[in-house]
Design a protein around this ligand. Structure first.
Ligand code: SF4
Length: 376
C-alpha cells in the first residue's frame, strides 16, 4: 500500500511558534491548486502500489474551498489506483469550519478530520496567536459530528506559555470528554528565529521546566490509557480501530508521494523533495522545469530511517526485520548501542522488538541518535 500527502503551505495568520508558512493569498492559492493538479498528472508513475491514504496537510488546508479540494481529489482518482475505503484526511483550523463546509467536505470524500485545536483555553490560544477561540474549537467538533464525521483527531500542545500542570490536566480532561477518536499531543518546541523563540531570548516568555513537561506528558499518557485511547506512538493516541493510517504508513516506511511546495516523496530506495518557494514551484511546474531534488538512499540511510521511525512507535524496532532486511553489522550496531539503555531500563526487548520504556520515552531523541549509525 502507499500514501499520498498534499502540502498546502498557506495560513491565514501566523502562530508565534511556527515560521514555515505564507499568509494565505487566494489568488496565489488558485494558481497553486492548478499547479498541484499538474504535478499529480506528471507524477502518475511514481507509486507502484495501490493508494490507501490521502492526507491534506499544511499549513492550513481548510483555507481551500470545497471545489478546490474536490478538483485535487478527482485528479488523484483519475491518476492513481485508489483503494475503496481509503482514509482521506484534511487538517483543519476550527475557525474555517462551518456546518455547510463540513457537509460538503464529506460529499467530496473527506472522511477524517485532524483539527488544530492546541488548547481549550483562550488565554493560551491568544498567547500563541492562534486565530480560533476555545468555543470555536468546541463548536467545530460538534458541527463535524452533525455533518457525519466519525473519525476526528485533535491536536494539543503542552508546555504553552502560561500553562500550568493543572491547566494542562484540564485540557486533557476536556479532550477526553469530547467524542473524538484520536489525540495527537506535542510538547511546545522553541523553534529558532520564531517570534516565540525571540520572546524567550528576551526573557518575555519562560519555557516550562523539564520536570513539569514530564509530569504533563505522564498525565496525558495515563489519562488517555484510562479512557480507552491506545498510545501507538510517542505523541499519538487512538481509540480502537482509529490509528492514523497515513502516519502509521510513514512509521512502517511504506512508499508515499508528496505533492506541493516542500512536499517529500519516498519510494523505498530514494527520497525527493519539492522546492519550497510557492512562486518557483508553480512557475517550474508550468514550464516543465525541475522542481525537486532527489537522493538515493544508502543501506545506512535506510537503517537510520528504520531506527528513527520505528523507535518512536510503541511497537518499537522489529529486530527480526532488521536481521532479515539489513547487513548483520546493523543488527550488531543496534544491539551494542542499545546495551547501556537496556541496562538502565530505558529500553527493553520483548517478543523480538526493541522498545522504549516509559522512562526511555523522555530520552527518545538521544536514544534514537545513539542507535543510528554514522560513518563506516
Ligand atoms: S496554523 Fe500551523 S502551520 Fe500555520 S502558522 Fe500556525 S502552526 Fe504554523
Amino acid at each position: 500500500m502507499a500514501g499520498i500527502y498534499i502540502h498546502i503551505p498557506f495560513c491565514k495568520t501566523k502562530c508565534i511558534y511556527c515560521d514555515f508558512y505564507s499568509i494565505t493569498d487566494f489568488e496565489q492559492q488558485k494558481e497553486l491548486v492548478d499547479s498541484l493538479i499538474l504535478e499529480i498528472k506528471q507524477r502518475n508513475d511514481y507509486l507502484k502500489e495501490q493508494v490507501n491514504t490521502i492526507y491534506f496537510g499544511g499549513g492550513t488546508p481548510s483555507t481551500l474551498s470545497v471545489s478546490e479540494i474536490d478538483a485535487i481529489l478527482r485528479a488523484f482518482f483519475k491518476t492513481f489506483q485508489i483503494e475503496k475505503d481509503t482514509e482521506i484526511t484534511l487538517e483543519a483550523n476550527p475557525d474555517d469550519l462551518t456546518l455547510d463546509y463540513l457537509k460538503k467536505l464529506r460529499n467530496v470524500g473527506i472522511n477524517r478530520l485532524s483539527m488544530g485545536v492546541q488548547s481549550f483555553d483562550d488565554a493560551q490560544l491568544k498567547a500563541i496567536n492562534r486565530r480560533h477561540s476555545a468555543q470555536a474549537a468546541l463548536n467545530s467538533i460538534e458541527m463535524a459530528h452533525r455533518a457525519g464525521f466519525s473519525n476526528i483527531s485533535i491536536d494539543l500542545i503542552y508546555g504553552l506559555p502560561g500553562q500550568s500542570l493543572e491547566s494542562w490536566k484540564e485540557q486533557v480532561d476536556k479532550a477526553i470528554s469530547l467524542d473524538v477518536q484520536h489525540i495527537s499531543a506535542y510538547g511546545l518546541i522553541y523553534e529558532e528565529n520564531t517570534p516565540l523563540w525571540r520572546d524567550m531570548k528576551a526573557g518575555r516568555v519562560i519555557p516550562t521546566d523539564d520536570e513539569t513537561m514530564i509530569d504533563m506528558y505522564n498525565y496525558l499518557v495515563a489519562t488517555c490509557r484510562k479512557n480507552g485511547f491506545e498510545q501507538y506512538e510517542i505523541a499519538n493516541f487512538a481509540k480502537n480501530g482509529y490509528r492514523s493510517r497515513h502516519n502509521s504508513s510513514y512509521w512502517k516506511q511504506q512508499p508515499y508521494l508528496g505533492i506541493g511546495p516542500a512536499a517529500h516523496s519516498y519510494d523505498g530506495d530514494s527520497r525527493q523533495w519539492n522546492i519550497s518557494s510557492i512562486r518557483k514551484y508553480c512557475k517550474n511546474i508550468a514550464n516543465n522545469e525541475p522542481y525537486f531534488e532527489k537522493e538515493i538512499l544508502s543501506e545506512q540511510d535506510k537503517y537510520n530511517d528504520f531506527v528513527m521511525v520505528s523507535l518512536r512507535t510503541m511497537d518499537g524496532i522489529n529486530l527480526a526485520a532488521l536481521k532479515r532486511d539489513f547487513n548483520e553489522k546493523y543488527l550488531e550496531h543496534c544491539i551494542n548501542s542499545a546495551k547501556k539503555y537496556l541496562e538502565n531500563n530505558k529500553l527493553h526487548i520483548k517478543e523480538d522488538f526493541l522498545r522504549l520504556s516509559p522512562d526511555g520515552v523522555m530520552l527518545s531523541d538521544r536514544i534514537i541518535v545513539d542507535l543510528m549509525k554514522v560513518g563506516n
